[in-house]
Design a protein around this ligand. Structure first.
Ligand code: SF4
Ligand code: SF4
Length: 662
């Protein structure tokens, strides 16, 4: 059926031109970004795209994601139906009926069923926005109940209704009913028995034009709205970060260079592409501990601010002018406050949740780098930390000679290439913090009990630089990392045991940027292995520890995918699986100490560690088991605050040491 090909072409062609122009206008802005290679490992990238974009793996991880899955795949199938509709509208006589009969009938059956499924899914989406809208769908600038959202939903619903109106009316006119068009045939029966029965042909024509009109409106609106993600989300999955942890690259320190990101074109093209790929689903916002405790940081808003800033200042940048909308510290939609930038704990919850692999956290770190390196603008509390780190390579500024003092009561040998297998990298907290030193002793005792050959660097050990890097003090980190790498190379260090997940991740992942591949093992992994091999034997099951709950450290779990080994170690030691937090494993909630937040007060909202402690207490545990020095401090502080003296916090190594002791 082709009501008027010339009129249709006169409407469609400008719409398509507008579509291409708008899309180009936005996507060409991405070229303002800095270079970055996201085209390596093509095979892996294609696999990831198939799994996450077409398979919607992360989307369906949330119950309502199934609805999006239906809409996504309906969209894909209906691309064929709409392609055919356009060709039929432009070329008189063109019809899919020319296809071999089985193929034609299969296609029509698919279109019918998919269109019906879409109507159901769209109705549910309307219901979700109007009736049972979760909090996280709204943020300062992005609203679930926005014109955009309702307009797109209405367009899709109208397209489907017009589809059935057209096909139902045509079947009714021809007096036909087809098994391969069950829904359209049903609509035909309804129409035949309705007051429209003697207006079937005009009704089919109206439906045709309704379908054409909505399709044209949709084509025009798509590239100028958030629904542009329909086009960008699939390539964004292809372009995802393939590294185990999302770390911005090293800075090249040289006179005249600028560091970090202070304006939009300092970001890479991929960062800018991210901003057009955000579906505004709000999952990152819902998972963010800073957001959950009332800070101004909202990862979705950070991504949104990039898009708004880019669109506002692109022409100024092209004209070589200073952007009038600042990326940092301005008012309104395209800016981020410094408070926002300093609130991130780098827990990676946003990275884990995002269905289209937008990298929110690395963008925040890049802006921190700019604030620290270019503006010397950072929270006052950090001044001391930076000075201590640069002067004495530890957060407290304690003399390096004190590093090995924890070993005073033990027979600990220095690491020596050829004589000792592992370097036990104790870390700053393990060396200087009086509570964490007990954990260090527990680990050392267990290593000896299992017959492991290990040694330490003593006063030569330096901080790994984790906090410096996450806080954006890249210059100090760079110096520290280079010195550490040189030391490891000189001493022939290849295998390292760490007790801190932050040291673990930094030595294992960040130092690869410095050309060293170290075999790093966290004590949670090693203890699991030693117990499985029978090298550590338990003599009791730690009954005194009572009910134990296990807290995932973000830098062990989410950033390095180590979830099972610490739990297995606990289960082997105590004879039972630990209790789980309501938010556990990759859905876990940060203790609040990562990203350098350990050294900063929380001035806004409630405290992250209290939020987590309350979650623990809801399970009524006797012992909270941690595997990270920051988590240990955060939980101890939180429990003190809650006056919960009956609940203890212990490191995994301390628990295992108790079960191994005779
Ligand atoms: S890394 Fe964590 S704290 Fe930072 S923005 Fe993401 S979810 Fe929020
Ligand atoms: S950044 Fe990702 S998780 Fe956050 S709103 Fe956008 S698409 Fe959703």
């Amino acid at each position: 059926m082709t009501p008027n090909p010339i009129l249709f072409a006169a409407l469609l062609v400008p719409a398509l031109l507008f579509f291409c122009y708008s899309l180009w206008r936005r996507l060409s802005l991405v070229r303002l970004g800095q270079p970055e290679n996201r085209f390596d490992n093509i095979g892996v990238r294609i696999h990831e795209m198939l799994l996450y974009a077409f398979g919607q793996k992360r989307v369906v991880a949330k119950p309502f994601g199934i609805n999006h899955f239906v809409i996504f795949w309906s969209f894909m199938v209906l691309l064929i139906a709409n392609g055919a509709f356009i060709l039929e509208g432009l070329i008189p006589g063109f019809s899919l009926e020319a296809l071999p009969k089985p193929l034609y009938q299969s296609l029509m059956l698919l279109f019918d069923l998919v269109s019906a499924a879409t109507i159901i899914a769209i109705t549910l989406s309307f219901g979700r926005r109007l009736i049972f809208k979760p909090d996280y769908l709204d943020s300062r600038y992005v609203k679930a109940r926005s014109f955009e959202g309702f307009f797109i939903l209405s367009c899709i619903a109208l397209l489907m209704l017009a589809y059935f109106g057209l096909h139902g009316a045509l079947l009714a006119v021809m007096g036909q009913s087809h098994g391969y068009m069950p829904v359209s045939s049903f609509v035909a029966t309804l129409l035949k028995n309705s007051p429209l029965a003697d207006q079937l042909f005009p009704f089919a024509t109206w439906s045709w034009w309704l379908h054409a009109g909505v399709l044209i409106a949709f084509i025009c609106f798509l590239p100028v709205s958030k629904h542009m993600h329909i086009i960008t989300a699939i390539p964004n999955c292809f372009l995802r970060n393939l590294e185990p942890i999302a770390i911005p690259p090293k800075e090249q320190f040289a006179p005249g260079n600028s560091y970090g990101v202070g304006k939009i074109d300092d970001f890479t093209w991929k960062d800018l592409f991210d901003s057009f790929s955000c579906t505004e689903c709000g999952r990152c916002q819902a998972a963010c501990p800073a957001n959950a405790t009332g800070k101004s940081l909202n990862p979705r808003q950070v991504v949104h601010s990039l898009k708004a800033n880019l669109m506002a200042v692109a022409q100024e940048i092209r004209n070589g002018k200073t952007p009038t909308t600042p990326l940092i510290d301005g008012e309104g939609e395209g800016s981020n406050t410094e408070e926002t930038i300093w609130s991130c704990t780098t827990c990676g919850a946003c990275l884990e949740q995002c269905p289209v692999f937008i990298e929110q956290m690395p963008k925040i770190i890049k802006m921190r780098r700019y604030l620290v390196e270019m503006q010397a603008s950072f929270p006052e509390e950090l001044l001391n930390l930076f000075e201590n780190m640069e002067g004495r390579s530890n957060p407290w500024g304690i003399a390096p000679t004190e590093r090995g003092k924890w070993a005073a009561t033990m027979n600990v040998t220095p690491f020596e290439q050829g004589k000792t297998e592992y370097l036990f990298y104790v870390g700053c907290a393990g060396s200087f913090d009086s509570r964490q030193k007990q954990v260090t002793v527990a680990i050392a005792t267990l290593l000896d009990a299992a017959g492991i050959s290990w040694g330490i660097l003593g006063k030569d050990e330096q901080c790994c630089g984790d906090s410096l890097r996450r806080l954006g003090n890249e210059y100090a980190f760079d110096k520290m990392a280079q010195e550490n790498v040189r030391l490891f190379q000189e001493r022939g260090v290849k295998k390292i045991i760490t007790q801190c997940p932050h040291c673990f991740s930094t030595l294992k992942n960040d130092y690869r940027q410095y050309g060293i591949e170290l075999e790093v093992i966290h004590h949670g992994q090693l203890l699991d292995q030693l117990m499985s091999e029978g090298k550590l034997k338990t003599t009791n099951q730690g009954e005194a520890l009572g009910r134990i709950i296990f807290h995932d450290s973000c830098y062990l779990g989410r950033h390095n995918n180590i979830y099972d080994q610490p739990r297995n170690a606990l289960a082997q030691a105590t004879g039972k699986q630990p209790l789980e937090f309501a938010r556990n494993r990759n859905q876990g909630f940060c203790c609040g100490g990562g990203g350098g937040r350990m050294w900063l007060e929380e001035h806004t909202g409630s405290r992250i560690n209290i939020n987590r402690v309350e979650e623990a207490l809801a399970k009524n545990p006797d012992t909270v088991c941690v595997a990270c020095p920051y988590c240990l401090t955060m939980f101890e502080d939180g429990l003190k605050d809650k006056q919960s003296s009956q609940t203890k916090v212990k490191d995994l190594a301390e628990i295992i040491a108790e079960t191994v002791r005779g």
